[in-house]
Write a protein that binds this ligand. Structure first.
Ligand code: CTP
Length: 131
């Protein structure tokens, strides 16, 4: 049984999010996802996500490729989450390539290519421009 772990905000859920979660799940037998809290996002970007934390968690938990979700409360606790979840593989989008190599002492670290031409930031910009 190989457990895969990944992390993200997954605000305004889109096809890039679904693609990476499905590909992450295909690397193992079980996928657990750390969804960053509203407070963590505020700390990181000085703004809250559009979808509130409970809804982002519920959307990710409702996907057939996801076996479990938990709140990511601090960027500093990734190692702890990897241990708690007994993860064998950490998956991140390749926008993070190399940044999580420190966790290679705990598990395999895989960077998957992002889906082209979509992000929450771009979606929100498009919605704002159209309104
Ligand atoms: N992701 C992806 N392809 C995209 C967008 C995101 O594979 N086109 C992946 C990211 O690499 C990450 C996960 O989805 O592993 C969650 O990303 P997140 O930052 O929540 O989504 P973004 O759309 O990138 O959001 P933002 O624009 O706010 O950074």
């Amino acid at each position: 049984m190989r457990t895969v772990i990944t992390f993200g905000t997954f605000d305004v859920f889109h096809i890039g999010h679904l693609n990476i979660l499905k590909r992450a799940r295909d690397l193992g037998d079980k996928l657990v996802v750390g969804v960053s809290t509203d407070a963590l996002n505020f700390k990181k970007k000085n703004r809250y996500p559009i979808y509130r934390e409970e809804d982002r968690l519920a959307i990710i938990a409702g996907l057939s490729c996801v076996d479990g979700v938990f709140r990511e409360e601090s960027l500093e606790w990734k190692g702890q989450y990897i241990r708690e979840q007994k993860a064998d593989i950490l998956v991140m989008g390749d926008d993070w390539a190399g940044k999580f190599d420190v966790f290679k002492e705990l598990c395999e670290v895989v960077y998957l290519p992002r889906t082209a031409d979509i992000s929450t930031t771009e979606l929100l910009a498009g919605i704002r421009a159209a309104s």
